[in-house]
Design a protein around this ligand. Structure first.
Ligand code: PEP
Ligand code: MG
Length: 576
């Protein structure tokens, strides 16, 4: 596949003896260039038996170490709060709750007094017990929580035996901007990275739904995960480029590569001090208008929509509430957040998707709901129609109330049949009725839309469009279900090819069917495919005119659109 014009320099031209390129998965898009700082504390947990007389002092050291870690965490929470990164401060509070788990500390203290183990050893044993339980689960969610426990254990051990030269001190030193390199993905490492203004984060860990990954996104630190061989390829002080647009890390780059990336970084940067300006429209060479809106994963990202001068939010993923806090928020908590996002959008339309839980987006108590094969089980709207109508009713109430005075759309994930959408509409009417009875003001103008991400829904798009105001084509799931290949399974990644002819035929079918009904303007592509500038000309020639993208790819997408000439280029994919 041809690289986009903002893509990394091609391998063949710049591969040298020294320069090492590793491919991973983008966690937070952006580009960072700096000096490697390896974060993993290389401590060996001291294990020694203690004497009866030492029990008390060992227990006291343990309690003091927990307090030190707690104080540090508290400082972070205050800082994050001051920076108003809402989802991030919720995660840190959660982390703090783990640290104040009385039962856990009791078990550690009891191991010290009954097994005569020193504090670090007792802590290690207790931590491993919990980690083993979490890792034995089949849930990616619980497995990534194990990383949080490891982090807490490492931080307490660190506080029990402070070494003179820690990576934290090295990070703090002035000088070249630092790129954090880590084998793990620990929240505390991410917090240090933020605190000392690191320019990027690269990790071997593929725990992309871990709390640390969510923190990286919330802080806007360019980051890549799943980089096999990273720790053995980079040492402290190496120059490193983290290209988290294309998911590539370059270690000890050639001067020419650095020059190219400095230019690319400048091109992508949006000066922070400029006040947000009105949206910029996107137009092809032949003058066709293309609507560019944004995908956002949490409320903190709304400022990126304004900064990148996009026309609105095409997809606001709300499941962050549940995934990040491990709780279902109350109607009032949701109302407050939605209201804040709609207000900040400054008149732009915000398409808010109801919770899409299940599949890859698992939470602790959901297994019974999603079944053995979560991607094909009770996921997205199925959860709400089959198991928990109360959750969607609460969410609809909150969105409807918060939308008063703002242009808002409600989007329903994992619609499979036209009956699904009719059922949701019934729930929707019940919710409005309830609000009327309670005399609570709500928006009557709100629009309703369906995600087209299941092949059966794609084929029924005409019938679905007759029921809703708009549809969003979710190509991430549509492709996974169409080619029967898990979107998160590296072993079948070869099937995740957006240019698969059969898949293009399906996309063309969707937009043509909408056009037959005169509703082509009610169709937006919101899957990752739209954020790949090199694929944008293809989407346009299939007939799509509305793209919802990662905000940071706005500039390169606009360029790709401006370089596209649609005269005589309509594509009719055939499957032979
Ligand atoms: C999609 O499936 O393409 C989509 C946009 O939704 P998500 O990635 O949140 O499943
Ligand atoms: Mg989806």
């Amino acid at each position: 596949m041809k690289m986009n014009e903002n893509g990394p320099p091609e391998d063949t031209r710049f591969k040298t003896e020294n320069e090492i390129k590793l491919k991973g998965t983008t966690i937070c898009p952006g580009i960072g260039i700096g000096q490697a700082q390896v974060l993993d504390p290389e401590f060996i947990i001291p294990r020694n038996e203690i004497h009866k007389d030492q029990v008390q002092s060992e227990q006291q050291s343990y309690s003091e170490a927990v307090k030190t870690v707690s104080d540090h965490l508290h400082e972070h929470i205050e800082e994050v709060h001051a920076g108003s990164s809402l989802s991030s401060s919720l995660i840190l509070k959660n982390h703090e709750a783990m640290l104040t788990d009385e039962q856990f500390h009791k078990e550690v203290l009891s191991r010290i007094s009954t097994e005569y183990k020193n504090a670090a050893w007792a802590l290690e044993v207790e931590g491993e017990k919990i980690i083993a339980g979490l890792e034995a689960s089949r849930s990616p969610y619980l497995m990534s929580r194990a990383e949080d426990i490891r982090d807490l254990v490492a931080s307490i051990v660190d506080a029990l035996s402070p070494t003179p030269e820690t990576y934290k001190k090295a990070l703090r030193k002035n000088g070249e901007p630092k790129v954090c390199i880590s084998g793990n993905l620990f929240p505390s490492s991410v917090m240090e990275a933020r605190r000392f203004h690191s320019v990027a984060f690269a990790t071997e860990s593929a725990a992309l739904s871990s709390h640390a990954a969510i923190l990286l996104k919330g802080f806007g630190i360019p980051a890549i995960g799943g980089l096999r061989g990273l720790r053995e390829s980079a040492v402290d002080g190496d120059q490193v480029i983290v290209d988290a647009i294309n998911g590539v890390v370059i270690i000890r780059p050639e001067p020419e590569t650095v020059k190219q990336y400095i230019t690319l970084k400048q091109e992508l940067e949006v000066p922070e001090e400029l006040p947000p300006s009105p949206p910029i429209s996107a137009r092809t060479k032949d003058g066709t208008n293309v609507r560019l809106v944004a995908n956002i994963n949490n409320p903190d990202q709304i400022h990126l929509v304004l900064q990148n001068r996009l026309e609105g939010v095409g997809l606001f993923r709300t499941e962050f509430f549940v995934l990040e806090t491990e709780n279902f928020p109350t109607e009032q908590e949701q109302y407050d957040i939605y209201r804040r996002v709609f207000t900040a959008a400054d008149g732009r339309r915000v398409v808010t998707r109801t919770f899409d839980i299940g599949g890859d987006k698992q939470i602790a108590d959901l297994h019974y709901c999603t079944g053995q094969n979560p991607a094909l089980g009770v996921r997205g709207v199925r959860r709400h129609l089959l198991r928990r109508p109360d959750e969607i009713q609460t969410q609809l109430c909150a969105i409807l109330r918060a939308a008063v005075g703002f242009p808002v759309g409600i989007l329903i994930p994992m619609i499979t049949t036209v009956d699904d959408i009719r059922e949701v509409k019934r729930l929707f009417e019940n919710v409005k009725e309830k609000l009327r009875r309670e005399n609570k003001p709500f928006s009557e103008e709100i629009q309703i839309g369906a995600m087209i991400e299941v092949p059966a829904a794609a084929i029924s798009v005409g019938d679905i469009l007759a029921e809703v105001d708009f549809v969003n084509v979710g190509t991430n799931d549509l492709l996974q279900y169409f080619v029967a290949a898990d979107r998160d399974n590296d072993a079948v990644l070869m099937y995740e090819n957006f240019e698969n002819k059969a898949f293009l035929w399906l996309l063309k079918f969707i937009i043509d069917r909408a056009a037959e009904l005169g509703k082509e303007n009610n169709v937006t592509i919101c899957g990752e495919v739209a954020s790949h500038p090199e694929l944008v000309p293809l989407l346009l020639s299939l007939g799509f005119r509305s793209l919802s993208i990662t905000p940071t790819s706005a500039k390169s997408t606009r360029n790709a659109i401006a370089n596209t000439d649609l005269r005589g280029s309509s594509i009719k994919p055939t499957v032979d």
